[in-house]
Design a protein around this ligand. Sequence first.
Ligand SMILES: [Zn+2]
Length: 116
Amino acid sequence: MKLPFERECMYCGAFFVPNTSKQIYCQNICASRHYKERVKRRKLSELGFDASFPIKPIIPKELYTIYEASLLLGISKQALSRLIKKNQIKTVKSEGLTKITYVTVNQLLKSRNDEY
Ligand SMILES: [Zn+2]
């Protein structure tokens, strides 16, 4: 339950008790991650990517859906689907759905960061 003096972290969405009225993040790491995220977003939109994806991070997990992977990569679901169709991205089948592994997503992120 959310207590009246609790606040929702701007970055991770966790509830916390602020030490000052200006505190908007639950911890310093969230503040610096949010800052990096905003810088990344600005870069992405300058490069013509859609940077309007939700700011909250996706919890790391073994397999991502196409939608989740597209959010992480900062590209549209359609763009990601196209890459998959062209066999440029390795996918796995899980419960009848096409999924992308954590390793693959990270490789893609890394290769994209190298392009910057
Ligand atoms: Zn936080």
